[in-house]
Design a protein. Structure first.
Length: 379
């Protein structure tokens, strides 16, 4: 009997712990709000009566040694109030007695590969298009067969507001993620749907479909799907281009046979960040004339003129409408390669834009790039 009572008490305690916020609301207690963004300050709160030391680290801080201590009040809630960072999408976490913990009061999270991160989205002119538009398109998780890779795979497909009833045909942006990412990266961290929704609603960008594939050729889908993966050797010349081959031979035909699209070169754009930027340059030199809009981000090209020039000349001969290169000037991973690509385009008489921003190899830049180049497409 005592064991049963003890078990019941444990279950009640677990229930109370997991539903503390709901019970607080039901009992008309003041809920714990975190983060709470004011006009000039933002407050973070974390409830843990047993903790000895709680600190806050945010991606707006210079480095991890810049974390700040939080103070515990009489209700055992740890709190810190800071000046609100400039408008941007940031991530943050608490450090509780040395353990990294996400904010349990914040339901706004993003997944970065295998990590889940609490988000602070500060409103302002820069982030205006990162919030929900009034007219919202749909984001579908689409499974398709890839004969080139020999597996059934998943991609995300954005269709603009009104697609289902318009009867119109649309141009397509193929938007590629970077290393460590997957088909969800541009949606979760890049706010791609929100950016396109806002730009289209404001009349700044043409209504378009956006296809976001998984750029890891051994994966059926994101690791969160718990599916088996095939080993893939990027050093093997025989299979190195398998993914870009699948993009042209599997993904484009699927999209053009399952969606109302304009199946012409002038209605196709390809862009990608970092690894996806490499995929962008590779697919366009291997399949010149497939895309009229070419937009490598934070990647560039390596090699000497004798190696790069013949590849770019294939694109020049096939023709294109826009070649748009972007990189942060503090991006030690990609800036020099981006300069190399821009110089090669100039050397070969190929009209292009080299869009240089502050900052480095970060999503803060990649969101800006999408927000900037999407209005340039399909004009």
């Amino acid at each position: 009997m005592r064991k049963k009572i003890a078990l019941i008490m444990i279950c009640i305690a677990a229930f109370l712990g997991s539903n503390a916020q709901e019970l607080a609301n039901f009992m008309q207690r003041a809920p714990i709000v975190s983060p709470e963004i004011g006009e000039k300050n933002v407050t973070f709160r974390f409830s843990d009566p047993q903790a000895k030391l709680v600190r806050l680290y945010g991606s707006w801080m210079p480095d991890r040694t810049s974390s700040v201590n939080m103070m515990k009040d009489t209700a055992n809630v740890w709190t810190v109030t800071l000046p609100t960072p400039s408008p941007e999408l940031y991530t943050y976490h608490f450090i509780v007695d040395g353990l990294v913990v996400n904010d349990p009061r914040n339901i706004f999270m993003q997944r970065d590969g295998t990590r889940y991160l609490s988000v602070l989205l500060v409103p302002g002119e820069l982030t205006e298009n990162y919030f929900e538009a009034n007219e919202r398109g749909n984001l579908s998780k689409v499974w398709y067969d890839s004969p080139t890779l020999g597996i059934n795979r998943r991609m995300f497909v954005y269709t603009p507001y009104g697609y289902e009833t318009s009867g119109l045909e649309y141009p397509v942006l193929y938007l590629l993620h970077g290393g460590g990412g997957d088909e969800d990266a541009w949606s979760t961290m890049g706010r791609a749907r929100q950016i396109l929704d806002n730009l289209i609603e404001k009349g700044l960008a043409k209504p378009m479909i956006c296809v976001m594939p998984n750029g890891n050729p051994g994966q059926q889908a994101a690791k969160t799907q718990l599916l088996d993966e095939k080993a893939f050797d990027y050093r093997n010349e025989a299979t190195r281009n398998d993914y870009i081959n699948s993009l042209v031979k599997d993904i484009i035909p699927y999209i053009e046979s399952h969606y109302r699209v304009i199946a012409k070169t002038e209605a196709r754009a390809v862009s990608g960040l970092s690894m996806g930027g490499g995929h962008t340059t590779s697919v366009t030199v291997n399949y010149p004339g497939t895309f009229d809009y070419i937009l490598p981000l934070s990647s560039g090209m390596r090699g000497e003129p004798g190696e790069i020039d013949p590849q770019l000349l294939k694109i020049k001969e096939a023709g294109y409408k826009l070649y748009w290169v972007a990189c942060g000037k503090d991006d030690y991973l990609a800036y020099q390669n981006s300069v190399n690509l821009a110089e090669a385009l100039t050397r070969n008489g190929m009209e292009h834009t080299f869009f240089v921003t502050e900052g480095g190899h970060t999503w803060a830049n990649w969101r800006i790039y999408l927000n900037t180049f999407a209005p340039l497409l399909f004009k």
